[in-house]
Design a binder for this molecule. Structure first.
Ligand code: NDP
Length: 329
């Protein structure tokens, strides 16, 4: 009998009704790839929430094992870069969207998609960071490349109590930025101060229709919300500043004017983690290992079991998750 492992499987019927079940798979059921990994930790990202609830067309192949990121140990490899026993991380590349993903005991993927687990962090830590945190670091690096450094002035982080937001607040405060954290959950103000936010502002301040130009409040920011929020953040960005946009938790539209761009030279920096080139990923994970305080990482994450994934998926799309959720496999 082949060895089996638990997996979540999303299927859909002829009428496109989606079902989610916990099932048993064996390695023979996995998709093509040249590296097989024992998944030790995974996480529940906003995108995983959308996939499991079916609220947005994240899944593009049925049936599918969801889960866009994992960390684990290589069990077997035909790829020149990886050997049995190597500790690896995977983020994105369509895993959990078109390729069987993390919510299974094992994953078979292309070795080109993997990055080495940096020294000094565990597979559990890596998933406390997860795709949300790695994206936050990509945003920080984009701002740095644009010259938005701590001495340029405050930075704003929207959706601050969420996954991207919590890691962004932690990293940027650690780097010496004056972080203004915007949240719709005022009860989380103490949590955000604990992560290093210098100021906490109400989400409502940024959620109405944006004026073309507002008071210059920050040198830049990281936005995971989109829509009116991003438009307001841009309109309040100081001359020559930049905003890294990575999310759409508040909407996919951008009801903004060109005024911040053409009158203040503000830049909008798009950040994608899914297809980001390997060098950028390795640099982001190196920076996470060196710049993110592991004490803050435990403050912003909690651990759940495999059987709790579906409920956490529902919670994250309802905006009920604080920080990051790690799934211990
Ligand atoms: P979370 O759900 O953990 O965080 C999102 C936060 O946004 C919430 O916690 C909440 O923060 C805020 N929010 C939610 N709904 C609204 C709303 N209607 N209006 C204003 N604010 C709202 O998700 P993640 O941090 O994991 O992901 C955030 C976004 O980033 C998602 O859209 C996700 O798809 C995207 N993303 C993009 C990536 C990329 O490669 N570009 C990679 C990873 C994520 P609060 O309660 O503090 O207000």
């Amino acid at each position: 009998m082949p060895e089996t492992f638990k997996a979540i499987l999303i299927s859909r019927d002829e009428d496109k009704n989606q079902t989610v079940e916990v099932t048993s798979l064996s390695e023979a059921d996995l998709m093509e790839g040249d590296v097989t990994v024992a998944v030790e930790a995974t996480t529940v990202n906003y995108k995983d929430g959308l996939a499991i609830t079916g609220k947005a067309p994240v899944v593009r192949r049925w049936p599918l094992v969801p889960g866009i990121d994992f960390a684990g140990t290589v069990l077997s490899s035909d790829h020149p870069d990886w050997r049995k026993g190597d500790k690896v991380i995977l983020n994105g590349w369509g895993v959990g969207e078109v390729h069987y993903g993390a919510y299974a005991g094992r994953a078979r993927v292309s070795g080109d998609w993997l990055v080495p687990l940096p020294d000094g962090i565990s597979t559990h830590d890596a998933m406390a960071v997860g795709t949300a945190g790695y994206t936050a670091m990509l945003c920080v690096m984009a701002l740095e490349r644009h010259g938005v450094l701590p001495q340029r002035g405050p930075v704003v982080v929207t959706g601050a109590a969420g996954g991207v937001g919590s890691v962004a607040v932690s990293i940027m405060s650690g780097l010496g930025y004056h972080v203004v954290a915007s949240t719709g959950r005022s009860a989380e103000a103490a949590y955000l101060h604990e992560l290093g936010a210098a100021e906490v502002i109400e989400r409502e301040e940024l959620s109405g229709p944006a004026r073309p130009l507002g008071k210059e409040r920050w040198a830049g920011g990281i936005d995971s919300v989109g829509s009116h929020t991003l438009a307001n953040v841009l309109s309040m960005t100081a001359y020559g500043g930049a905003v890294a946009a990575c999310g759409l938790a508040g909407g996919m539209d951008l009801p903004a004017s060109v005024a911040p761009f053409i009158l203040r030279g503000v830049s909008l920096l798009g950040v994608d983690s899914v297809m980001a080139p390997k060098e950028l990923r390795i640099e982001a994970w190196r920076r996470i290992a060196s710049d993110l305080d592991l004490g803050k990482l435990s403050a912003l994450s909690r651990t759940i079991g495999f059987d709790d994934i579906t409920e956490a998926a529902r919670d994250i799309v309802e905006g009920r998750i604080r920080g990051r959720v790690v799934v211990d496999m």
